[in-house]
Design a protein around this ligand. Structure first.
Ligand SMILES: [Zn+2]
Ligand SMILES: [Zn+2]
Length: 834
């Protein structure tokens, strides 16, 4: 070992010297060949991760150059660990750097192995580290990477033209294995734990222990490990199509680009976000909604105009940032002294009672007019404003009851007129002095309780029929619109804006018709959703576009919202997915927004609950109503996976309306990024029965040993030959397992696990531990009482399986067996009727 370290230091000195020398040679060559090109110095001044754009509002970090060799060959990836004393490759992946390492050697090893050797292995070519070295400050750059990737794609394409040869297939398998191993190592040993895990006894406890206990991991440079994740992701994304099309079936052949496990949560990025004043919930949300480490890196320096004060009370579940009162925003050079206007309540009520929708116009004479319109009438062109009340953009003042006085500043009204006139003007429908009418809640929404329901029910038509839906976000309104080539940067600001974080605006995002959603920037500038999409497509197609490797940052919406806008299937599941990180200040509003977004009759929900009733109770009663409406609406329905959603549950003791709904979650706003439980099985919807919810899922009947299960983590044998085991972790919500067992489970209880999938693999899947209550429909339906959620996966660690077998041989009565139930098994999940 010592010998090797000395050798490696020598190598390093030599390598650095050689690299400097070779680079110097290159600089001179380049200088003489290309100095006439004006952008030469600009090109040269780049530094690390220059295959990605510079992070928004930040600078590119420098990644130290640690690698000790000059040249890396394909297959070094699998040989290199041995040279560093890691003879046991699987153990290295599982336990991390298990040998003692001193000084910079952990950094040197990982950069050599997971950057250069990985690159060489995946591309199938020799890698000269001089191509990545900035000699002046011994740091790493990646500006040649894009070219290398393009050459790779061409090479593989040429080779595959006559069909894939064995050699190419073999190489692909090794490359794909290497990428998989690298991803496992980086996400497990170089990353923070994911914050989006459900609050259950964490499946990654071991990782955390290693993080603290292994000094070699603590010595790792965070920016270096970030570079590993980014390189890995970039390779995964650039995987040539010709290679992805090969065969299918075994895990070996699977295209790594489609696997959903990722490259972990970069320590560097999370620390950076903390430094930049992001609160824990915001960090978690960003890490959850952005699809790759590269994109999180791109966003982690981003500034907002929101004044963040004191994030110390915020957790990853709740934001308790102190809110500072913000004043209304004056627009277009208004000095802040313009008058305010409103529409009388009586007028609004009259229009709505007539079945019409109030819209306003601001005339050139400077008068605010309001008329009732029939939105279904052909040819009506109007605009609608989408903003969030929490953003206080239009907050003019308070009335006698200390409620918003429903006034709006003249400069804002004028800005709306100008913007809508510009957006809607197609020359045919408008004469010069006409102004298009528009809808804005501040002016057009009544207060009176009974009329309010009708007005709420109009929202879905307003946003769906509007010829232009304009988004106002305080932060964006104060920024200039960016140049066309940087549209993706602007999109990232929109995606992370407060507007995208509120629940009410969710319906607006979903309902606004294609082509007609616009986001406002400073000075009445707007960007259209189509512009955003074009920028995304352009960067995706052009490998030399600076945004190419993060083109996914150009999606104008999160995937569920995108699908809700464009597809008819799985609307309920996607609505659940789409609202996960959204916030609402009044809990009883949640189902109103959901119902509106799904096209249900909002008056039926709004009429539930009394004015002075406890909001939580109103929220629960409305949720019951909402579920009933879903159940009764063809094409929607209740997704079966709802039973796996996290607590709290809807059932409230003493509230009759919630009886029988013990299987349902109390709220959908649960900040989960795991969506698969709801999507399985896709085709079956559940139905509400007298005794509970009827669903179809595979499962296991547990045949327990005579003694109680000792811990909430246990193993179940699921095959007669005892070689197949599921690892199970029960989520008892922080309760003590012994107590939980004593109070819920007796000697005679028959326990089963309802599984969201029949054949789990290494990934944790969700299920439910349940106790049999009886059988229904001549034994066809198993009627069960839900006990708690469980996570389960296939046990792949052979030493654990060996240990389990050993303990069975020693005392057979400890064994826990699982009897399989088919995926057509019907279950009635008891709703707590009694
Ligand atoms: Zn906060
Ligand atoms: Zn003003």
């Amino acid at each position: 070992m010592e010998y090797y370290q000395r050798l490696s230091t020598k190598w390093k000195d030599f390598g650095t010297f050689y690299a400097v020398f070779k680079n110097l040679q290159k600089i001179l060559q380049l200088f003489f060949n290309a100095s006439w090109k004006t952008n030469f110095w600009l090109q040269w001044k780049r530094n690390f991760m220059d295959h990605l754009p510079c992070p928004i509002d930040g600078t590119r970090p420098h990644v130290p150059f640690y690698a000790s060799r000059q040249i890396y060959q394909p297959d070094d990836f699998f040989k290199l660990p041995r040279a560093y004393g890691y003879d046991d490759f699987p153990r290295l992946l599982e336990d991390g750097l298990y040998q003692p390492m001193i000084g910079d050697s952990p950094n040197e090893f990982l950069q050599s192995w997971l950057f250069f050797a990985l690159l060489s292995q995946v591309l199938g070519v020799e890698i000269d580290t001089a191509d990545f070295l900035i000699a002046t400050d011994v740091t790493l750059h990646t500006k040649r990477l894009t070219l290398m990737l393009e050459q790779w794609a061409k090479r593989e394409g040429h080779r595959a033209e006559k069909g894939l040869l064995m050699e190419q297939k073999n190489r692909h398998v090794r490359a794909s294995m290497a990428l998989g191993d690298a991803r496992r190592f980086v996400s497990k040993h170089c990353s923070y734990r994911r914050l989006d895990r459900d609050p259950c006894p964490s499946p990654s406890n071991d990782t955390e222990v290693l993080e603290l206990g292994n000094p070699a991991h603590a010595a790792l440079s965070k920016v270096m490990t970030l570079s590993l994740a980014i390189l890995g992701e970039t390779l995964q994304q650039a995987w040539p199509d010709t290679l992805s099309l090969m065969g299918s079936g075994t895990a070996f052949w699977r295209d790594p680009g489609t696997e959903d496990t990722n490259w972990g949560q970069s320590k560097y990025c999370r620390d950076k976000m903390k430094e930049n004043g992001y609160c824990p919930l915001e960090i978690r949300r960003i890490e959850s909604i952005l699809p790759s480490v590269s994109i999180v890196y791109y966003a982690s320096f981003m500034e907002t105009f929101k004044r963040r004060s004191d994030t110390s009370k915020c957790t990853i579940w709740h934001c308790n940032c102190k809110k500072e009162a913000q004043e209304a925003l004056h627009m277009n050079n208004c000095q802040g002294n313009c008058p305010t206007y409103q529409i009388g309540e009586d007028k609004l009520i009259k229009i709505i009672e007539e079945g019409k929708t109030p819209l306003v116009t601001w005339t050139y004479r400077g008068e605010l007019e309001c008329k009732g319109y029939d939105l279904k009438k052909e040819g009506l062109k109007f605009g609608a404003l989408s903003h969030s009340w929490e953003d206080s953009i239009v907050d003019c003042g308070r009335d006698a009851r200390n409620k918003n006085n429903r006034h709006m500043h003249q400069c804002q009204i004028e800005s709306l007129r100008e913007t809508f006139n510009r957006l809607l003007d197609d020359r045919e429908s408008r004469t010069t002095l006409d102004n298009f009418p528009f809808w804005v809640d501040t002016l057009c929404f009544p207060r009176q309780y009974t009329v309010k329901g009708k007005a709420l029910n109009q929202l879905k038509d307003i946003y769906h029929k509007a010829a232009a839906v304009l988004v106002w976000d305080r932060n964006l309104l104060q920024r200039p619109k960016t140049a066309e080539q940087d549209t993706i940067e602007m999109n990232m600001r929109i995606r992370t804006s407060d507007w995208s974080w509120r629940l009410w605006t969710f319906q607006e995002a979903i309902l606004a018709p294609k082509h007609s959603l616009h986001v406002a920037f400073r000075g009445n500038d707007t960007v259209n959703i189509d512009e955003l999409q074009r920028a995304r497509d352009k960067s995706r197609q052009d490998p030399y576009n600076i945004y190419h490797h993060i083109w996914k940052a150009g999606h104008p919406f999160s995937p569920p919202i995108w699908k809700l806008r464009n597809e008819k299937e799985f609307r309920v599941q996607r609505a659940w997915e789409g609202v996960q990180f959204r916030l609402v200040s009044q809990p009883e509003d949640e189902t109103i927004v959901l119902a509106s977004a799904l096209g249900l009759d909002v008056t039926k929900i709004q009429s539930v609950g009394k004015i002075n009733e406890n909001p939580e109770v109103v929220a629960a009663k409305r949720m019951v109503k909402f579920l009933d409406l879903l159940d009764a609406t063809p094409g929607l329905g209740i997704p079966s996976g709802i039973i796996f959603l996290p607590p709290p549950k809807l059932r409230i003791k003493g509230i009759d309306e919630t009886k029988g709904y013990g299987w349902a979650p109390a709220t959908w706003l649960t900040k989960q990024s795991k969506t698969y439980p709801l999507f399985r099985p896709l085709k079956q919807t559940a139905s509400i029965m007298k005794r509970g919810l009827l669903v179809e899922f595979p499962g296991l009947i547990l045949h327990c040993p005579n003694t109680p299960i000792q811990e909430n983590k246990f193993w179940v044998s699921v095959h007669q030959c005892m070689h197949k085991w599921f690892k199970v972790v029960a989520d008892v919500q922080g309760k003590e397992w012994n107590r939980f067992w004593e109070s819920n489970i007796s000697q005679y209880s028959e326990l089963s696990i309802i599984m969201s999938t029949q054949f789990p693999r290494e990934r944790w899947e969700v299920g439910m531990l349940a106790k049999t209550k009886g059988k229904l429909s001549q034994g066809e339906v198993r009627w069960v009482e839900p006990l708690c959620r469980v996570w389960f996966c296939l046990e792949t660690n052979s030493s654990i399986v060996t240990g389990l077998l050993k303990s069975i041989r020693e005392s057979g009565d400890k064994m826990l067996c699982g009897e399989r139930l088919e995926d057509t098994q019907k279950w009635c999940i008891d709703g707590g009727e009694d």
